[in-house]
Write a protein that binds this ligand. Structure first.
Ligand code: F6R
Length: 369
């Protein structure tokens, strides 16, 4: 059932383009979003929202952080992400105008389920963004948006992360349309980029030899750091989690702006740092800030592996290695830039001879607290 792949994780990474195609299927009509009311909430309820809280655990919570930027930017509603287990015990302020969105691949994660129950009991609306049809969390929510990424067997979540981000982007655009914060034409420019994602991803996957080489070359590495800003920040966190999870290497993700507040002390000669570089076209300020971060760490001997947009020539003098991803809308970029990091974790764990599908101490879905 691995279809010729050495592991489920390898197979599932390769299914990223298809996963996204399935998330998008039948949800874009004439360039605008076509989510039915039964898929989310009524327009009236969506118009009255004054706050959104996204609850999730692990990788799903990083997808939530990527979604947060987009939903807030497009629909102009305050959005925050809470780890599901922290949310429940933090006495959150919830009203009938609060929407609690849960993100869960399995739909069975105990902490996320309890967070949804808590939200419902305290009068908030609940929307599940979920992969597994008929699972518990969607059944206990007011509304559900299935991501249709297909079954995920490997413990480490990969294609579901991509589809979780896309699911939130669809919801964000839907909300923006209902609330009138974006015109149909503005929405169309984003949906065109959404529809281009599967092919861009397929291209990245077909041209991943450099990631493979890199992972083999680095198989003795003891520590890897990841740096990003804006939607690149959750990508950095996700890159680090995946590496910890399946290669048992110390890895940490940071927001670029945090460097000076502590993490830069970790940089010593030879330390490898992955940097998720924002687009110089669409995010010029953040691009130059991240270049400054790179200069700071390189001055202290770090080796920099940049994940950068294909047209970005400005990054070249600053990186030891550049991994290229396609050009897209900034709010969609997490979907493209995370894939080299997923592949890197897979290849590095494989180079170490580890069982990537069944990492030690971990279960696919955490159904206990
Ligand atoms: C990491 C990973 C976990 C899950 C987390 C939530 O690769 O897979 O961090 O993302 O346990 O699981 P779901 O999405 O099933 O609620």
């Amino acid at each position: 059932e691995k279809g010729g792949w050495p592991s489920f994780m390898a197979k599932e990474i390769s299914e990223g383009p298809e996963a996204i195609r399935n998330t998008l299927r039948a949800r874009i009509e004439d360039g605008v979003i076509a989510l039915g009311e039964n898929e989310t909430l009524t327009d009236e309820q969506l118009k009255n929202l004054d706050r959104i809280i996204i609850v999730a655990c692990g990788t799903a919570s990083y997808s939530a952080m990527a979604g947060e930027y987009a939903i807030e930017e497009w629909a102009r509603v305050p959005v925050e992400v809470e780890l599901a287990h922290e949310f429940r015990y933090s006495n959150p302020v919830l009203t009938e105008n609060t929407l609690v969105i849960s993100i869960s691949q399995s739909g069975e994660t105990m902490d996320t389920k309890m967070a949804v129950q808590y939200a419902a009991e305290h009068g908030a609306h609940t929307l599940a963004i979920c992969n597994t049809q008929g699972s518990t969390i969607p059944r206990e929510s007011d509304a559900v948006l299935y991501i249709h990424a297909g079954p995920e067997v490997a413990v480490a979540s990969t294609k579901a992360f991509l589809a979780q981000v896309v699911g939130q982007l669809l919801f964000g655009l839907h909300l923006a349309r209902v609330r009138g914060t974006m015109t149909d034409d503005e929405i169309r420019t984003v949906t065109a980029d959404l529809e281009a994602l599967p092919e861009q991803l397929a291209f990245t996957l077909e041209n991943a030899d450099d990631v493979r080489e890199l992972a083999h070359w680095m198989s003795d590495t003891r520590s890897v750091l990841f740096l990003g800003r804006n939607v690149g920040y959750p990508v950095a966190l996700e890159g680090a989690l995946k590496l910890k999870e399946i290669s048992y290497i110390h890895a940490e993700g940071f927001a670029g702006g945090e460097l000076k507040h502590g993490p830069i002390a970790l940089i010593e000669p030879g330390q490898v740092v992955f940097v998720v570089v924002p687009s110089p076209r669409t995010q010029p300020t953040m691009h130059s800030k991240l270049i400054s971060n790179i200069q700071e760490i390189r001055a202290r001997g770090a080796r920099v592996i940049a994940v950068a947009e294909e047209g970005d020539a400005a990054v070249l003098p600053y990186a030891d290695i550049v991994l290229r991803v396609g050009t897209t809308h900034p709010m969609l970029s997490a979907v493209l830039s995370v894939v080299p990091l997923h592949l890197f974790a897979l290849e590095l764990a494989s180079a170490k001879g580890l069982d990537v599908d069944q990492p030690r101490n971990l279960a696919k879905s955490v159904t206990v607290e």
